[in-house]
Write a protein that binds this ligand. Sequence first.
Ligand code: NAD
Ligand code: DAU
Length: 339
Amino acid sequence: MKVLVTGGAGFIGSNFVRWIAEHRPSWQVAVIDNLSYAGNFENIASCVGEGGVRFVEGDICDRGIVNKLLAGGSFDYLFHFAAESHVDRSILGAAPFVQTNVVGTEVLLTAARANGVGRFIHVSTDEVYGSLGETGSFTEESPLMPSSPYSASKAGSDLLALAFAHTYGQDIIVTRCTNNYGPYQFPEKFIPLFVTNALEEKELPLYGDGLNVRSWIHVTDHCRAVAMIAEGGRSGTVYNIGGGLEFEKPNREVAELILSHLGKDTSLIRYVTDRLGHDRRYSVDAARLRHELGWSPLVAFERGIVDTISWFQENRQWWERIKSGAYRDFYRQNYGSRG
Ligand code: NAD
Ligand code: DAU
């Protein structure tokens, strides 16, 4: 199998590249990534090189680069992970989200059609369904009601992908996963931010009342689901990916768990002004994926979070380098006025 991974130097994309190396070693992998602030070549450096992954530094919005890559590639699968992915950044400015998530996806879909890509896996998110109250879960038939510029741009890209499948008969599948966590997650996101702040004895900025609920999936379970969907999923179909109710946790509980595991006091938690338009709860029903393809998560949250904390303890250099760079400007902008 020849496969292209977009965004392969980011958090989930790089975990996917390593997952393939371990579980699908016969696949020939190419990666395209423009090494944005969230992309880091170091994340996949050990897989790149002779006989291994081919790395192309490039922007998915660049039609020339994308067409050239796809024309020479004869790809069986295209896994589209590349995106602007952080909700807080989309609230500070939506333009890069529309550009990469909507325009970039159109460029890839068009090039995939022109160059005969076998199957296109569009990696999306549960956030496209919007927010839930205390009960209920979204199925793949639930209406799309995105509430942040990030999730609106992802919903736009989902609709484009499904429209290309319908109109041109392209083999396209859309996946919608819950919140991921694990190694190499950029420390602007909740879990790596709170773990690394705690390790640095800095405050943990908990938004609002701290009772917003997220459903946490270990990144390796997401990667396995995406591969299984590529291999056995139905064309033109949407698949939710998520572990179910026992994986749902209020943010405060996760913050307290991190502090307790690190032997730190809960006084490090600082309640700060809420995120604008903050979605209260996400929850998906992944029965389709379970019943059709037999997928279920292998990593319990209680084990995965401990392993992830250990990874951040053992890889200080990786995140200290990020946190001491341009990241500081974003941190000041996002948290400076929260009070
Ligand atoms: P990330 O921000 O860590 O990585 C994104 C990668 O895409 C980076 O390597 C970046 O350099 C690259 N990229 C960005 N713009 C690009 C462009 N114009 N051209 C080429 N490359 C570009 O994101 P992530 O958390 O790994 O998310 C990956 C995908 O999974 C996204 O599509 C996201 O919407 C989706 N998703 C994420 C989660 C989650 O919890 N993180 C959950 C469900 C779905
Ligand atoms: O649900 C899938 C989505 O999960 C993905 O599509 C996104 O790419 C990914 O970023 C994530 O979005 P969230 O907004 O849920 O993740 P984030 O890590 O930003 O926040 C998780 C929760 O923690 C959310 O309720 C907001 C809260 N939070 C976050 C940060 C960064 C805080 O309380 N304080 C913080 O400093």
